[in-house]
Write a protein that binds this ligand. Structure first.
Ligand code: MG
Length: 260
């Protein structure tokens, strides 16, 4: 299919779905505390989708030869990297970190975002992981200029994360986004400067580093969704949807209240 460049009005629609997505993420973040179940967080997202008269990007999402995803958010607690399924039986505990990944559709276009929240006071090790992973998103966005290449984005994340002693997940990556949640190109969080597809105005991509305290290898649990670190170490995940414009990147999921 190739990379689908978006018009100004299409980017405007993605800006609206992205804003609805980040507002939802913020609401869920405000509800994160010890004792809350991940199903309760999913319920907040369902209500927000209704409020915006949107459609869930994730509910019923079904890759080939795969069970459909049964919820509107993906959760990822501690050693879980991404794609955990919310459950009434899964309660948050003080000291956990929880990644929440949420996307929704407005007027046919997806907006996608993720953030890893602390549950009450957390260890200094976990706090540092959150700070570095969050900052790595902005290193990537700084590299997402027209004329640069995809490898520049991945390189920026990898260099920053590895300089802090962390590893970058290889098996999962960011993606183009628009009428489909997943479009070309794939946006890896590792790579070489000056390599890969050239970035052009009109490209809309989701940048989503997944960073590990230990090794980068991951595995998928029996539910066929939940992805965890193979060594059981902590992982964090942050995501922005951005548009590449002629004068540089614009963060469509921008939300200073959430991101600081
Ligand atoms: Mg995404």
């Amino acid at each position: 299919m190739g990379i689908i460049l978006k018009t100004e009005s299409q980017i405007d629609t993605i800006r609206r779905s992205s804003q609805a997505a980040t507002e939802t993420l913020q609401r869920m973040g405000e509800a994160v505390k010890p004792g809350v179940t991940t199903a309760e967080l999913d319920l907040i997202a369902r209500k927000m989708i209704k409020k915006h008269q949107g459609i869930s990007s994730f509910l019923g999402y079904r890759p080939t030869n795969h069970p459909a995803f049964p919820a509107t958010i993906c959760t990822a607690i501690n050693d879980e990297v991404v794609h955990g399924i919310p459950s009434k039986r899964r309660r948050l505990h003080e000291g956990d970190i929880i990644g929440l990944d949420f996307a929704m559709v407005l007027d046919g276009y997806h907006g996608d975002t993720a953030f890893t929240f602390p549950v009450g006071p957390i260890s200094s090790e976990a706090q540092r992981l959150l700070e570095v992973t969050k900052a790595s998103v902005f290193k990537a966005i700084d590299a997402a200029k027209p004329g640069n290449r995809l490898g520049d984005i991945g390189h920026a994340v990898q260099k920053y994360a590895e300089s802090h002693g962390y590893s970058v997940v290889r098996d999962l990556c960011g993606h183009g986004i628009g009428r489909s949640l997943w479009e070309e190109p794939q946006v890896p969080n590792y790579g070489k400067q000056g390599r890969g597809t050239r970035l052009k105005p009109g490209m809309v991509i989701a940048i989503e580093p997944m960073i590990c305290v230990g090794a980068h290898e991951v595995m998928v649990l029996e539910d066929e969704w939940t992805t965890v670190t193979a060594d059981g170490g902590l992982a964090a995940h942050f995501e922005h949807t951005i548009a590449i414009l002629s004068d540089g990147p614009e963060i469509l999921t921008v939300n200073p209240e959430l991101w600081g």
